[in-house]
Design a protein around this ligand. Structure first.
Ligand SMILES: Cc1cc2nc3c(=O)[nH]c(=O)nc-3n(C[C@H](O)[C@H](O)[C@H](O)COP(=O)(O)OP(=O)(O)OC[C@H]3O[C@@H](n4cnc5c(N)ncnc54)[C@H](O)[C@@H]3O)c2cc1C
Length: 394
C-alpha cells in the first residue's frame, strides 16, 4: 500500500455534493478526505447553474464576494421563446435571498472555489487523480475505501464513507445499493457554436423541439434536447439535427451548418433513485443517491442541499464517535421528500420540453397557465431557485 490515510470521514467524488460536504465538515473541525478521480474540475458536461439558495449558502460561509469576483452571468428570470412568443418560466426577483438571480458560472470555477475554501481548514485533504474502486469492510461495517493514484494503491480508513461519486457510482453497487429507474424520456446533444459580439438568445427556445443556449462569453454552449435513444451519432443524424435547429432558430441553424459528428456529444439523461441511501458506515448523497435530469436545472442545488443536511446531522455525531445506521437514515429521511417531488416535476416537464407543435398552435397547458397567471412564475422561481426543501448552514 503506497498511501494509507486515517480520517474521520472520506468522501468519494469532488463534485458539488462531495466538495460542499468536505468544506462543511472541515469547517466543523473534522478531518475529511475527498478523493476525486480527475486531476482538475475541467469537465464540460455539467450544469453551470448556481442557484439563489446556493449563493445564500456561500454568503453564510463568507464566500459570496470571492464567488462574485469570478466571471459569471446573472439571470433574474428564466425566459422561453415558443415559436417566437416570449414568456417567463421562473421569476427569482421575489425570493427571500440576498441574491435574487440564477448565476451561470462554469462548474470548474465553482468547484475550484469550494476546494480552495475547504483547503483553508487544517482537517481538509483533497486527493486528486485518485480513483476509488473498492470498499474496506470490518464484518458488516464499511470502514474505508481503496483506490489508485499516480503513485500506486491508496487506502483511506474512516468512521464514515460518503459516496458522492455521481450517477455512475461503482461503490453503491459494491454496497448492494441498487437504484430504481424513473422513466427518462430524453437525451441531450451538447455542442459549441461561435458567438458574434452582442449576439443574444432566449435561454430556452422551443416549439419545434428544444434548445438551451448558455452564453459562455466567447461562444455559445448549446444543449439540444432529443427523445431518448434516438441518436446513433451518424452523419444522417447530424443532418437531421441541423434541420431541427434551423426550424427552432434559423440564426443558430446557420451557425450550426459546419457541425460534424465529432463536434456533438451525446449526454444520456437518467432519472433514478436509491430506495435505501446507506449501509452501516456508508451514505450516498447527490446523484449517487438520486440521478437528476437537467430539466429545470436543479440537480446541483439538490446535491448541495444533501451535503448541507448531511453535515448538519452527521458532524455532531462524528465529533463524538461513529455514525450509526439510524443517523444515516435521518439524512435520507430529511432529503427523500424533496427528491421525490423534484423528480416528479422533472418527469412531468419531459413532455412539454420535447413536444413539437406547428407555429400558431396553442401552447402546452403548463405554458399557457404561466402566461395567463404571471404570479405562478414566482412559484416556479421558488421551486427552481430554492428547491423543495432548502437547507441552511446558519
Ligand atoms: C446533460 C445534463 C445536464 C445537466 N444540467 C444541469 C444544470 O444545468 N443544472 C443543474 O443543477 N443540474 C444539471 N444536471 C444535473 C447535475 O449535473 C447533477 O445533478 C449534479 O452534478 C450532481 O452532483 P454530484 O456532486 O452528486 O455528482 P457529480 O457532479 O456527478 O460529481 C461526481 C464526482 O465524482 C467523481 N468520481 C466519480 N467516480 C469516482 C471514483 N470512482 N473515484 C473518485 N471520484 C469519482 C467524478 O469525477 C465527479 O467529479 C445535468 C445533468 C445532465 C445529465
Amino acid at each position: 500500500m503506497n498511501t494509507r490515510i486515517d480520517t474521520d470521514c472520506v468522501v468519494v467524488g469532488g463534485g458539488p455534493a462531495g466538495l460542499m460536504l468536505g468544506l462543511l465538515l472541515a469547517r466543523q473541525g473534522l478531518r475529511v478526505t475527498v478523493a476525486e478521480k480527475h486531476a482538475d474540475f475541467l469537465r464540460d458536461f455539467r450544469g453551470d447553474t448556481i442557484h439563489p439558495s446556493t449563493q445564500e449558502l456561500l454568503a453564510d460561509l463568507g464566500l459570496l464576494d470571492e464567488f462574485l469576483a469570478m466571471p459569471h452571468a446573472d439571470m433574474p428570470r428564466v425566459t422561453l421563446s415558443w415559436h417566437g412568443t416570449e414568456l417567463t418560466l421562473a421569476d427569482f426577483s421575489r425570493l427571500p435571498t440576498r441574491r435574487k438571480v440564477m448565476t451561470f458560472m462554469p462548474q470548474w470555477d465553482f468547484l475550484d472555489l469550494l476546494a480552495a475554501a475547504a483547503g483553508r481548514y487544517p482537517g481538509f485533504r483533497l486527493l486528486r487523480s485518485t480513483r476509488i474502486d473498492g470498499l474496506v469492510r470490518d464484518g458488516e461495517r464499511i470502514v474505508g475505501v481503496t483506490g489508485i493514484d499516480a503513485e500506486g494503491p491508496v487506502e483511506v480508513r474512516a468512521r464514515l464513507v460518503i459516496d458522492a461519486s455521481g450517477r455512475d457510482s461503482m461503490l453503491r453497487k459494491q454496497a448492494e445499493l441498487v437504484p430504481t429507474g424513473v422513466a427518462a424520456a430524453m437525451d441531450v446533444l451538447w455542442f459549441r457554436l461561435p458567438k458574434s459580439e452582442g449576439e443574444t438568445y432566449p435561454f430556452v427556445q422551443a416549439g419545434a423541439g428544444m434548445i438551451i443556449t448558455i452564453d459562455r462569453e466567447d461562444f455559445f454552449q448549446i444543449a439540444h434536447v432529443i427523445p431518448a435513444g434516438t441518436w446513433t451519432g451518424t452523419d444522417p443524424d447530424v443532418e437531421r439535427m441541423k434541420e431541427r435547429i434551423r426550424e427552432i432558430s434559423p440564426r443558430l441553424g446557420a451557425a450550426a451548418a459546419h457541425l460534424t459528428t465529432g463536434d456533438v456529444h451525446l449526454l444520456r439523461v437518467r432519472l433514478e433513485r436509491l430506495r435505501r441511501w446507506y449501509r452501516e458506515g456508508m451514505l450516498c448523497i447527490g446523484d449517487a443517491a438520486h440521478a437528476m435530469s437537467p430539466a429545470g436545472g436543479v440537480g446541483i442545488n439538490l446535491a448541495i442541499q444533501d451535503a448541507v443536511a448531511a453535515a448538519r446531522i452527521l458532524a455532531p455525531v462524528l465529533k463524538d464517535g461513529t455514525p450509526q445506521p439510524a443517523d444515516l437514515r435521518r439524512v435520507q429521511r430529511r432529503r427523500t421528500w424533496p427528491v421525490l417531488v423534484t423528480q416528479r416535476v422533472q418527469r412531468a416537464l419531459q413532455t412539454p420540453l420535447l413536444s413539437r407543435r406547428e407555429p400558431g398552435a396553442p401552447l402546452p397547458i403548463p405554458l399557457r397557465m404561466l402566461r395567463r397567471y404571471p404570479a405562478l412564475t414566482r412559484i416556479t422561481g421558488r421551486f427552481v431557485g430554492l428547491g423543495a426543501r432548502p437547507e441552511s448552514v446558519r
